[in-house]
Unconditional design. Structure first.
Length: 346
């Protein structure tokens, strides 16, 4: 996200998220604007609010105010929130793609972020739920028949994944980060279409038992939390705030893109980089300003260098490393810390 953005202008009435920090914007209150009729889902909002995770938000975003998106970026973000559509966020490494999910969750008071980190082995099923059939069979063998046997134990061996938890019927939307979709198997983007379009899913292992057990309590992706599934079907109430990150390393199919709003984040400018360092290190002295200028120059000469590489150098500076080494040694250290991420570049 680029620095400063639009700070003094009046915020449009239709915005849910203002980017101005915790508690700001219409979405920070109890009521959200109504969804489009075709994105209004029938799930009964009977779950308690999700847990918060302020320590993780602080680790990701820093203690001070973070970089505020610019006006055009805020328009796109708010359009995705209002339309209940996933936000596909692209940009170079370190521009704040993943951080956007944590910023939305913190500023809008939506609880901990459900983080689905994608690998080449990720499947739709792994994002929805996992069923430990072997563990259940072993436990059932040790359970007396008069204690309920195998069927009474099944909920202990079903763990909802990040996507499955995000689609539970909460009163307010959860924030789901689908991180680095580029890494996925070629089929996963298309496999996600039904979940995005209908916001529901089934757990076949529970459907087979619903004649005897209409409701089953299962584990969720929130540590220590459980949820009740009725009839083996999960139906969303408030469509989650879905942030999907991509480094632009592959093309996605048109049906998938049609269901997303796309936001491309440019590299942070000097103002944004200063905000980033101040958020994490609470410093903006002359040494930091000089470091930012050197970083921006090197980024222009050597290609992609991530903002967190600048943050590493700023921490070394704050620790006094630059003052305890010769200029040549410090420059060599910066060469190591600021090594370009572009293929074939030093």
């Amino acid at each position: 996200m680029s620095g400063n953005g639009h700070r003094g202008a009046a915020e449009p009435d239709w915005w849910i998220y203002s980017g101005a920090g915790p508690g700001a914007g219409a979405g920070a209150g109890a009521e959200w604007p109504a969804p489009p009729p075709w994105r209004d889902f029938p799930g009964a909002p009977d779950l308690p609010p999700p847990p918060d995770e302020p320590e993780e938000a602080e680790r990701r975003l820093g203690r001070a105010a973070t970089v505020r998106p610019k006006r055009d970026q805020l328009d796109t973000i708010n359009a995705a929130l209002l339309l209940r559509r996933p936000l596909l966020v692209t940009g170079n490494p370190g521009v704040g793609k993943s951080s956007l999910a944590y910023q939305l969750a913190r500023d809008l008071g939506l609880g901990r972020v459900l983080h689905w980190s994608i690998t080449s082995r990720s499947t739709l099923r792994s994002g929805l739920y996992d069923y430990d059939a072997i563990g259940r069979a072993q436990a059932a063998a040790d359970t007396p028949a008069d204690a309920g046997g195998a069927t009474a134990l099944i909920g202990d061996f079903i763990h909802l994944g990040p996507l499955g938890t995000a689609l539970l019927p909460y009163a307010r939307p959860r924030v789901l980060l689908i991180d680095e979709l580029d890494k996925s198997d070629i089929d996963l983007p298309n496999d996600l279409l039904n979940a995005f379009e209908n916001a529901d899913y089934t757990v076949p292992e529970l459907i087979r038992l619903r004649g005897r057990h209409e409701t089953v309590e299962v584990h969720t992706a929130d540590p220590g939390r459980r949820a009740t599934i009725r009839g083996g079907v999960v139906q969303c109430h408030a469509f989650p705030v879905v942030v999907i990150t991509s480094n632009g390393e592959r093309d996605f199919p048109a049906p998938f893109l049609r269901r997303c709003l796309r936001l491309d984040l440019p590299d942070l400018d000097e103002s944004g980089l200063a905000d980033l360092i101040n958020a994490h290190l609470s410093t903006a002295d002359e040494r930091v300003r000089q470091l930012i200028g050197a970083f921006v120059q090197r980024r222009g000469e050597h290609g992609t260098i991530a903002a967190d590489q600048l943050l590493n150098a700023a921490f070394l500076t704050a620790a006094g490393v630059d003052g305890q080494t010769t200029e040549d040694d410090w420059n060599r250290l910066l060469d190591t810390v600021w090594r370009s991420l572009a293929p074939g570049r030093p």
